[in-house]
Design a binder for this molecule. Structure first.
Ligand SMILES: [Zn+2]
Ligand SMILES: [Zn+2]
Length: 587
């Protein structure tokens, strides 16, 4: 038996083999060159390529091959005889110890303002991969999954990086879930929060199904976040492995509230939607998680459910914890100093060390606990319910997920409708028309501008982006048609914070006192929810408008005001108001 080493002797024996099983890291890899390098006459042997996505151990048995070869770029070559190495195989010879735990629950830069780091970036100078791919290559890990919040924007990049590095991609998303899709403002408010759910594409069908779930959530389920619902999961759950996600998952929430019967019903529902549904226990540095894990494990045992381990990583290395905290502050417009103030109401991200752990680091946390952000030692996760056996089983299940997700090619071509036969000409004509309208053809530096526009049009048309620009123009036009001129751009016009707005109960409230989530009347008399507030300095002139009852309104010069002039209602910029204009009172 020869394990893991390629030698001359092996080559000799290889030529005697009737059947060789070749294990390749990626489906487009051509093995013949490597075989030639081993001086093997490829005509004399027959090959069996494993079906991708099938557990390698069972594949080796099923093939009946007398020799097994693991081969391909960026993989260590391993050669082994089938005969006489059964025991070794059972220990899974092709399993890297590094992949004993597969981190399927990971967030990257596409979890906006929530996670750090990219899937991968090749640095030409050092000839090294950075980002997640760099970490995986350095640790000899072979699978990469990213599950961003409600989004799949990172998939193409992930696919690209994986193709270049030979790592197997598993495409995922941490979906938001809330089953309410009606328009009732009260019910909407009650259903503001959304649960989490991890979805992983097992095969190409699942890949497209996650896209469908995602699109449906964006188009039909958006309220603060794109939310999926039972109907969509039922309809598009095929080809997907799912897990109950983090503390914000529906099952964790129900179990923490001791609503076990409801949890059971929901588990049965999820199980019926997907190819496989796992109860996710998490190993993170969060106090409440220990109790939740115990509840989840007991629940899984009662239901006969499979358990997986998630670590919900939000960055790659422990030392990025501080940077992450800083980002959390930026997201709320606060500073690190604010965090230190006792009375500060900044939402603190209490979970530290959400880095990309490997099996050993996970085991350490499981066995020894951790020191929390207040400096207190927290107990180990291991106890009478969360036993080492459960830990091992849950890790193995993560590997099972990685192996059972198929290796398939994804379509990375750009999907843009073709607007015209001659889109390039249309774009060019429009650009030159605008050029003349702005007077660039007659100005002093006319030549420089002409050269510049020619160059830019060249680049755009050569890259095949003419339709993209024309489509963007259509979107802008439509927005202006629907919303007027402020339907695009940066939404010009600001009030100062000591102006008042009218809230739900028709009571005027200072802008500075309005809270996110409150409803206020907007310019057209409709009730709208405040979803964000922005405070910023304006280096521009402010105008003060005085009304006949003595009220004063302060705003920027171009803030529009609805007035009646000559018996007609019209929107007028504050700077163009005339004495005697009638400000329209909507109430
Ligand atoms: Zn989550
Ligand atoms: Zn997460």
């Amino acid at each position: 038996m020869n394990d893991g080493v390629y030698t001359e002797e092996c080559t000799d024996r290889l030529t005697d083999c009737k059947k060789i099983l070749i294990v390749k890291p990626d489906i487009n890899y051509d093995a013949s060159r490597d075989l030639k390098e081993m001086c093997l006459d490829t005509r004399e042997v027959s090959f069996t390529y494993p079906k991708s996505g099938v557990d390698l151990v069972s594949e080796v048995y099923a093939s009946g091959a007398s020799f097994v070869l693991q081969i391909g770029k960026r993989l260590t070559r391993k050669i082994g005889f089938y005969e006489g190495m059964t025991e070794e195989l059972e220990k899974d010879i092709f399993t890297n110890v590094e992949d004993k735990f597969f981190n399927y629950h990971h967030h990257d830069e596409y979890s906006w303002r929530d996670a750090l780091e990219t899937v991968g970036r090749y640095e030409k100078d050092t000839k090294k991969w950075k980002g997640l791919a760099g970490l995986l290559l350095a640790q000899n890990r072979k699978f990469m999954s990213v599950t961003n919040h409600g989004g799949i924007a990172g998939w193409i990049k992930q696919s690209q990086v994986c193709e270049e590095t030979g790592i197997k991609p598993i495409f995922g998303m941490e979906a938001y879930y809330n089953n309410y899709r009606g328009d009732d403002p009260e019910k909407k408010k009650l259903n503001r929060s959304a649960n989490h759910l991890i979805l992983l594409a097992k095969n190409i069908e699942g890949y497209y199904n996650i896209i469908k779930i995602h699109n449906d959530a964006q188009l039909n389920g958006f309220y603060y976040s794109p939310r999926t619902c039972d109907e969509a999961l039922k309809k598009f759950g095929k080809g997907i492995f799912a897990t109950s996600a983090c503390f914000a998952g529906e099952l964790p929430e129900l179990l923490m509230q001791d609503r076990v019967e409801e949890a059971k019903a929901r588990y049965e529902f999820y199980k019926s939607c997907f190819d496989e549904f796992f109860i996710e226990i998490q190993l993170i540095e969060m106090k409440e998680q220990k109790e939740l894990n115990r509840k989840l494990i007991k629940f899984a045992q009662e239901m006969g459910a499979r358990i997986s381990i998630g670590i919900d990583s939000h960055y790659l290395y422990p030392e990025q914890s501080e940077t992450h905290e800083l980002m959390m502050c930026i997201r709320q417009g606060r500073t690190i100093q604010d965090l230190q103030k006792e009375d500060d109401d900044t939402w603190k991200f209490t979970v530290k060390n959400l880095y990309y752990r490997n099996y050993d680091q996970l085991l350490e946390l499981f066995k020894s606990g951790y020191v929390d952000s207040d400096g207190n030692q927290q107990d180990a996760y291991e106890d009478d319910v969360f036993t080492f056996d459960i830990f091992q089983q849950a890790c193995q299940n993560t590997r099972w997920i990685a192996v059972n997700c198929e290796d398939y090619k994804v379509d990375k071509s750009i999907k843009l409708p073709k607007l015209y036969e001659n889109s390039e000409e249309v774009l060019s004509e429009m650009a030159w028309k605008g050029f003349r309208e702005h007077g660039f053809d007659k100005c002093q530096d006319s030549n420089t501008y002409t050269e510049r526009l020619e160059y830019e049009l060249d680049v755009i048309c050569l890259a095949g982006w003419a339709d993209y620009f024309l489509i963007t123009e259509m979107i802008v036009d439509k927005a202006i048609e629907l919303r007027g001129e402020w339907g695009t751009g940066i939404g010009r016009g600001c009030f100062v914070s000591w102006n008042r707005v009218i809230t739900e109960n028709k009571i005027p409230v200072f802008i500075s006192d309005v809270k996110i989530g409150e409803f206020v009347y907007s310019h057209d008399g409709t009730l709208n929810e405040v979803i964000d507030k922005f405070i910023y300095d304006v280096k521009e002139e402010l105008i003060e408008i005085e009304t006949e009852d003595g009220r004063k309104i302060n705003c920027t010069l171009n803030h529009r005001i609805l007035v009646t002039r000559n018996q007609k209602e019209e929107w007028v910029e504050a700077q163009n108001l005339l004495e005697g204009d009638d400000i329209v009172d909507l109430f």
